[in-house]
Design a protein around this ligand. Structure first.
Ligand code: NZQ
Ligand code: ZN
Length: 388
């Protein structure tokens, strides 16, 4: 384990079919005004809205309705939400939805009482909040991002052509998150598999980096193996509770800061994926799926020993009679076969990306140095061309 570690994750999880039963006891810990933030209406169609508002009523809360948080939430929506939260002196933001709603809620929580420009302060200068934070609670309805137990808040600034993730500290993690796997049964298949790939990508971004022997990498291998098994079952039958609950739990542990402890991390796939998202508004996990294979094939030789380990430990590739490069390549072929099996996109063109978009995507891609190779803008362009 590298470096000195402080591990602190304050989010309280309630997990399982009866998780929502705990909402009322949690609400007792906050003042009377609750901002209910949610997306485009799925929670009204599947009954989650009714179930949550019944608890809010029973707890005697004044509810400030905040609908319309879009996938890939925008800066405009964030600023509107912050204004509303401030005007109503909101005591708790209850985010009911997927990663977009939870990310947005954290942004609002840190922006409502912020006297500076939140975009510049948090998303460009990456500063910590210096104002009062409004507490956030979450009822998760879509699995993948890990936002339910981390400080991530990804916001899209369309005018600037940027999609940027601010990682807030533990004081702005959700105070509690309610995770009922049944709430995810109505997620459309495209979204479900996108979320599944997002989970895989989060693990890979942390696993495919560093050369040390590190407990975190063994944890990552276990999570990936579970995800592969459960994803296959969930694709066959989206109402397989065992599979959906395993996927939900895996998503949370994939990105709640546990896996990154004491190790290097990459995150370049996310940087390219977010840059694609900034100009296409494509579904997050699909942007990652589109560029992962070209990227990993590009850096395969730079991180060969870890790619060999990935092939053997996660996919059970037999090493006998093969060179390290052959073993590693076979591991990526297994990843590709699994991606085809679950049905994620394999080409950025499927997300509307064209050759003409490549310069803008390259411009919006942050180049990080935690992986096996720091890319140049020209290499990002090559990877994008490869992914079309
Ligand atoms: O808006 P509604 O109508 O609710 O529909 C949503 C949305 O269209 C739908 N949905 C959610 N739960 C549903 C459901 N439909 C039917 N039944 C349900 N139970 O699913 C669609 C996608 O929702 P969204 O919240 O956008 O998906 P996801 O959870 O993948 O979140 C994506 C956002 O999170 C960011 C992404 O960049 C993107 O902006 N990320 C956040 C991270 C973090 N906090 O650490 C890390 C990730 O890498 C990621 O960047
Ligand atoms: Zn992600």
């Amino acid at each position: 384990m590298l470096g000195d570690i402080v591990y602190h994750n304050p989010t309280k999880l309630y997990f399982g079919e009866h998780a929502l039963d705990h909402l009322q006891e949690e609400l007792a810990g906050y003042g009377p005004v609750v901002m209910l933030s949610y997306g485009g209406g799925s929670i009204k169609r599947n009954g989650i809205y009714d179930a949550v508002t019944a608890v809010l009523r029973a707890a005697g809360k004044t509810v400030v309705e905040d609908p319309g948080v879009m996938p890939n939430p925008t800066l405009e929506k964030l600023l509107d939400g912050a204004k509303m939260a401030r005007e109503h002196h909101v005591d708790l933001i209850l985010a009911v939805g997927g990663g977009s709603v939870v990310d947005y809620a954290k942004g609002v929580a840190a922006s409502a009482w912020c006297e500076e420009d939140p975009w510049e302060k948090y998303y460009i200068r990456e500063e910590e909040p210096s104002c009062r934070l409004i507490p956030v609670g979450a009822v998760l309805t879509m699995v993948g991002t890990g936002s339910e137990m981390n400080g991530g808040s990804v916001i899209t600034n369309r005018a600037a052509g940027l999609k940027v993730g601010k990682v807030f500290g533990p004081e702005n993690y959700p105070r509690f998150s309610i995770l009922n796997p049944r709430f995810t049964f109505t997620v459309p298949q495209y979204q479900m598999v996108s979320g599944i790939f997002d989970i895989m990508s989060h693990i890979l971004e942390q696993y495919l980096s560093g050369a040390d022997d590190n407990t975190s990498d063994y944890l990552a291998e276990g999570l990936m193996r579970s995800l592969v098994v459960s994803s296959r079952a969930a694709v066959m039958n989206p109402e397989d509770y065992e599979a959906r609950s395993n996927i939900m739990w895996t998503a949370t542990w994939a990105l709640n800061t546990l896996l990154k402890m004491g190790k290097a991390q990459d995150w370049e796939v996310h940087m390219i994926g977010q840059a694609i998202g900034a100009i296409t508004d494509a579904t997050h996990g699909m942007t990652l799926a589109a560029v992962s294979l070209p990227y990993y094939r590009h850096i395969l030789r730079d991180g060969l020993p870890r790619f060999v380990r990935f092939a053997k430990q996660v996919w059970g590739v037999r090493p006998e009679g093969k060179t390290p490069l052959e073993i590693a390549s076979e591991g990526l072929s297994c990843l590709e076969a699994w991606m085809k099996e679950i049905g994620v996109v394999l080409h950025a063109a499927e997300l509307g990306v064209t050759e003409e978009n490549i310069p803008a995507i390259v411009k919006g891609t942050f180049l990080l140095d935690g992986g096996y190779r720091q890319l140049t803008p020209a290499e990002v362009a090559d990877i994008l061309r490869e992914s079309l």
